[in-house]
Design a protein around this ligand. Structure first.
Ligand SMILES: [Cu+2]
Length: 154
């Protein structure tokens, strides 16, 4: 009775130990393999994201240029307020539909004459935040002093 009773218990204990050893061995192997895989993936992920960080800010040609067509007449610009973000490349197409005018945006070193039928194209980078007034710099009549517009860089 005692012997018969003990033997199954011993067999079960041995079986459990064997299962634990085999199971533990496989789990450790699996951990080792998967952890090296994870490390390799981490390294590859880091490389990918690093190179992405470098590539993303590099502008593809013309993709991030903000273009505005501004017309001048007696005695206003249309539009007379334009808004861009800091760092934007800005392209202005200036056209007079009435009389000879000018476009002076001193903060960005821009001083252009705008004659009817002769559109002027201007490019600059909005590299400073703030509101910048542009004005007509060609005496064009009674409304000339008030012929202004505003570039907002935010
Ligand atoms: Cu003027």
């Amino acid at each position: 009775m005692n012997i018969k009773g003990i033997q199954p218990v011993v067999a079960v204990v041995i079986a459990l130990i064997v299962v634990a050893i085999i199971g533990g061995y496989f789990i450790m192997q699996k951990d080792r393999v998967s952890s090296t895989d994870d490390q390799n993936l981490d390294v590859m992920d880091k490389k990918d994201s690093d190179s992405t960080d470098i590539v993303d800010p590099t502008p593809t040609p013309d993709s991030d240029i903000k273009t505005f067509e501004i017309t001048a007449k007696n005695w206003e610009f249309s539009p007379n307020v334009i808004k861009v973000r800091l760092g934007d490349k800005v392209h202005l197409k200036l056209t007079s539909i009435e009389g000879k005018h000018g476009f002076s945006l001193s903060a960005f070193g821009i001083h252009e004459k705008i004659n009817p039928g002769e559109p002027v194209e201007v490019d600059f980078v909005a590299d400073e935040k703030g509101s910048f007034v542009w004005s007509c710099n060609v005496p064009c009549g009674p409304g000339h002093p008030g012929m202004k517009g505003t570039l907002i860089v935010e």
